[in-house]
Design a protein around this ligand. Sequence first.
Ligand code: DMJ
Length: 457
Amino acid sequence: MTRIALAVLAFAATAFLPVQAQERVQDPVLEPDHAELAQQVKAEFLHAWNGYVEYAWGHDGLKPLSRGYYDWYEVPLYMTPLDAFDTMLLMGLDAEAQRAKRLVLDSLSFDHDMTVQVFEITIRMLGGLISAYQLDGDERFLRLAVDLADRLLPAFESPTGMPYWGVNLRTGETTGFVNNPAEIGTLMLEFGALSRLTGDPVYYEKAKRGVVAVFERRSGIGLVGTTIDVESGEWGERGSHISGRIDSYYEYLLKAWLLFGDEDFSAMWKRSIEAVNRYLADEQATGFWYGHADMDTGKRTATRFGALDAFMPAVLALGGDLERAERLMESCHAMWTLFDIEPEQLDYVTMKPLHPGYYLRPEAIESAYYLYRLTGDEKYVRMGRTMFENIVKFTRSEVGYAALADVTTKEKSDRMESFFLAETLKYAYLLFAAPETIDFDGVIFNTEAHPIWRSWD
Ligand code: DMJ
């Protein structure tokens, strides 16, 4: 397919770049061999994929220690092959990609009497199908995407327009009136792109109404809370942060503006990030962090940061704030090197883990990738290299890759999430591979690292 540059993105990226970033000189430290590192990532991707093929084929994911499989629901939705498909195409693994494509197109059906989590199915599957269609061109991917989105649409039928947490794919029955900003807001790129690709505005309109409903309920100081009742519109947990349950709400405000050029998102992003920087950013002796605060008063409630929060340097950098992005990236790197692998959650004042697991998450490497592309500074390649090499050292198992139950002991646990192939290894590969591998300035990655192009213009 023809990759069309995003005029608005190109503008946004260059217009925001401070002069010093554009003029940065090469780092004098001996540079790692990028091409060799990219080949190593590709080899490790194959190790993970082959584990799935041998022990979990036809299921959602691999259990690497027991050499088995898991499914999210009663019927498998082939999450790993669909999530991994575009990574294979970018890595030039054409035979593996064709095999994954056959499985998805021959066997994937959404016509099941089962309730799914709207957010996870959207970012992994709808996002995966849209990228697959854009990269591969096969119309059947688009037809599956439309079928899935139509089955998810009943989720938006709440009194506020904010989607319910779950929906039955066959009956449309909804479940879970308590939802959160991330799961409400992180549908916009996928539903919006589908509207642009099909010409049917319904997906864009429904998803946007949900986002606006969250934004309009922000507190007097501009922060959102952790949970919200989609029927009454009342906040439940009033803690504000950039961690799970809020994180990608902010990511999609910015990316929806960049992908669709919709100025409403620009306004929501700017108002939101101002409040986040004012009340959540935290200068400590240990570095620059984003903590937790009460959404109404802005008073600090926890000095907690973790693997999920590490998406923030990428988003800050994409939004033009390289100064905060680079300082936060240093903190993410410090969090990673404390135990050689980042913990799920860390108290950034005591530097003690609050939750010691590592689920093969991508966010820190993702941020290293964005910062490298936006600054050209080789130190981000070195950070990414440390992360990648430690992932190999501590989480590789005989079959595939295993999450860690505890980064302090390196004890493994029996699960390889599909996002390890969709995101962690994709961002590692893109960080080291030639810049032409993907047109960074012309693409927007959804929160599961599925690239979306503005091919509809
Ligand atoms: C992924 O499914 C997505 O990146 C999501 O935004 C957060 N959680 C995982 C990866 O950590």
